[in-house]
Design a protein around this ligand. Structure first.
Ligand SMILES: [Cu+2]
Length: 206
């Protein structure tokens, strides 16, 4: 009877501790062009040059709705300023684009003449730095050398190009304040739970 209560309390305390330790990796939002926004005459190559983007981050394009648009395009269409085969497009005036895959991403304004006037942005997105550690050497070659080599299982997306994955310095990532205070509250609760558990354990001993 008493021991059951103590066990439940300890389990609760453990759950609370786990909950308090779970922290989410902060995803950053980058305003393209900063205060200039998404417009002609800006230099987005320079803007992008010092941005350490990673999967999970977002780009925010601000512009007068209808005056411009944002189209994600292929490298070839980026080079030729063609939005005819856009992968996605938005003209709302505030286009938030979540960067879901690592590698190069290309954006242009599809309004005639704007891309060639500078409304083109190429960014390199690194794999999420805080993701779970990649499998060290999970090459599941089951040592059957005679059978036909079916679909060589090469590594999925070895990001092409010189995507030098430098340590992401977490440029603009203010930690969410509420999780901090919430965690503190949880920790306090957990400590209280541990205190109760200690009393229960002491009661059991004596
Ligand atoms: Cu435009």
């Amino acid at each position: 009877m008493g021991s059951a209560g103590g066990g439940a309390c300890l389990a609760l305390a453990a759950l609370l501790l786990i909950a308090s330790c779970a922290s989410t990796a902060s995803a950053a939002k980058y305003t393209v062009g900063d205060s200039s926004g998404w417009t002609t005459g800006a230099d987005y190559t320079t803007w992008a040059s010092d941005k350490k983007l990673k999967v999970g981050d977002s780009l925010v394009f601000n512009y007068a709705g209808g005056a411009h648009n944002v189209a994600e395009v292929s490298a070839a269409d980026y080079a030729s300023c063609s939005a005819a085969n856009a992968l996605s497009s938005d003209a709302s005036g505030t286009s938030t684009v979540a960067l879901k895959t690592a590698g190069k991403h290309y954006f242009i304004c599809g309004v005639a003449g704007h891309c060639s006037s500078g409304m083109k942005l190429a960014v390199t997105v690194a794999a999420a730095a805080t993701a779970a550690a990649p499998p060290p050497k999970a090459s599941p070659t089951p040592e059957t050398p005679d059978t036909t080599p079916d679909t060589t299982p090469t590594s999925p997306s070895t990001s092409s190009g010189g995507a030098t994955t430098k340590t992401p310095a977490t440029v603009l990532a203010p930690p969410a304040k509420q999780t901090e205070s919430g965690a503190t509250g949880l920790r306090a609760t957990a400590l209280a739970g541990l205190g109760v558990a200690g009393v229960v354990a002491a009661a059991l001993i004596f």
